[in-house]
Design a binder for this molecule. Sequence first.
Ligand code: ADP
Ligand code: MG
Length: 765
Amino acid sequence: MLELKNIKKSYKTGEFVQHALKEVSIEFRKNEFVCILGASGSGKTTLLNIIGGLDRYDSGDLIINNMSTKKFKNIDWDRYRNNCVGFIFQNYNLIPHISVIDNVEMGMTLSGVSAGIRKKNAMDALKKVGLLEHAHKKPSQLSGGQMQRVAIARALVNDPDIILADEPTGALDTKTSVQIMDLIKEIAKDKLVIMVTHNPELAREYASRIIELADGKRVSDSNPVKRSEKDDSLIKIRKTAMSFLTALKLSFNNIKTKKGRTFLTAFASSIGIIGIGLVLSLSNGFKIEVDNFEKNSLSEAPIIVSTQSMDMSEENMEKMMGNKSDKEKYPSKKEVYVQEDIMASMVHTNIITEEYLEYLKNMDKSHLSGISYQSPTALNVVKKDSEGFNLVEGTSNWVVLPTNPNENEKGIIENNYDVLAGEIDDTKPGLILQIDSSNNVYKSSMEALGLDGESVSFEDIMNAELKVVINDEYYLEYGKGFIPNMNLESLYNSENSITLKVQAIIRGKKDKEIITNGSGIGYTNALTELIIEKNKDSKIVNAQKNAEYNILSSKPFDNDLMSGNNKETMLAYLGAYADPFLIMMYPKNFDSKNEIVSYLDKYNEGKTEEESIQYTDMASMISSLTGNIMNAITLVLIAFSSISLIVSSIMISIITYISVLERTKEIGILRALGARGKDIKRVFNAETFIIGLCSGLLGIVIAYVLTIPVNIVIEKYSGLANVAKLNIIHALILVIINVILTIIGGAIPARMASKKDPVIALRTE
Ligand code: ADP
Ligand code: MG
């Protein structure tokens, strides 16, 4: 069943070739106790390793079950070692970081025996060697003799047909040696035991056959197999395969023995995860914040149509920044290159036609919470203050209050402002005073109302009375043109003048501070309508209609739409009609904004660039700008943190490498027990997996904890609470990426480990 035929084995160290075995031929019986004697260096261990399939012969053949092993592949040798051979070593070779019973079970674990059977067999084996009560100790807690018993139990447990023992009593005292020999003798009853020893007395006492080696040759054999002996018995060979779970358990136990180092490694390599986790939680939180802001506040920001609109497309913005030019930089040519003016290409002139105004009137008003038309019509207002009668300056800065098109719903003003005094009635001409969140107003606003002082009471404001004077009284004919009437007192007291009072004092609501804080004077659309009503047929308007020059300055018109010095603008200024130069549409919410925008887009369909009316959507402009900036910042920060991720995977690689070095012996033991190279790789991959998982989880936990102080700081400086939020999906992905990176980092050392020569591995201390 087992036969060595002309086995040769030599070792090459540099130039020097050591012939450890020189044509050794031995035939073994299925059941005998063979002792191999020989001086140190005679090749005993080499012979044993070759018989056990740990080492490969150079030439000759090892016959197992009447079959040549010349064609054996690694996997065949692994199987053979695992369940045909039990090894007992001089220095026991137990795995130190797992318990006695786990050591005994290891061979079975490697061959995939179920846990229940493993435990039972291991207990049986431990009982045989008399160590039942020590099953759960660590090897280091046993004496030398006890450790050797464990090794014997381990060799027995898979019930192999061959036991190979390399000087099993070499490290033991005489008394213990005898006990061990008795034990080996007992188990040898139905097995082939091949034992190396340099103790001839022991050999003579226990062996049924003694073979002597000298200088790599067999020099004597006390009981060679005779030709007449026929032995057809076979050795049984089964499959081996270590499960990943076993590898995990093995690594986990190993890691447990060096908790401190593992923790530090995991912590160090978690720093990248912490960084990325924090960046993601911040950008995630800010995105949510911006989204909410957009939903709650920006959705009510107006869509603006004005006679001039800026095209703030990304393309134009980049042009303005001077980017996006694929032309050569710093050319040496002595010429210049002419390009389109950026401003001119960005500004679009909208000609707001009657058709367009009609189109707007037909819009579904349910999408709007307010709409205002700012017209250039002059407000000629006279005030009476402590200095007498004066014209109110700056009325062109007064804004038209948006009117609410839906009677039974709250409009943009009600939604966003508190009325502190009076009542708004946009069907009547009147003024609205807006004050800021600290009740501040500008001096000019008070002066416009004819009031002065450091503080003014609501009552005084509500009592202030101004007069809007009509064209026919304000403009006096003078030659070819008109001049303003300077007798302000009579204008103020004229019964034709429109009395103007403050209808209401409003202030932005507390929770809308960001968008409503400010101050100024506004007036109702009804005032515009009333003024136009009174002025549209006035003398000056009719005169301007018939004159091709500016009736107020007597200067000729230019044909520049921008300058304002043209007939249309003059007529609008004088109140002939209310051609608006600025229209603001306030959407009710996000959805209605989209509806309005698409309605406005529809108008431009099929129109030329000049005829089209461009609008400005403030909300989407702001959010796309902030969105882009946020994305860019996030990317940059993640890139920085990723560097530490890569550094940590290199670190894992180094640490795994060290671990491989430290565990070389264990690799040898596992290989002797039949572990495949693949299994060894698994053990180390399992280790990096555990470290990767730990560092990933640790990183996530730390990042999560760090969001607390980060949030406190952000709240302190921006007033936004709980901005940093770690998304669970992000956390999961980060942990997975970390595990993958660490496994990649550990892959090379793990591969090295799997390629280690088991014999050399076993020889290392
Ligand atoms: P023994 O066990 O009888 O003391 P070994 O089988 O260990 O002897 O060694 C036989 C010879 O082969 C010795 O001279 C030893 O130095 C040499 N040898 C064994 N293993 C190696 C190796 N891996 N590399 C080089 N020489 C080796
Ligand atoms: Mg030896």
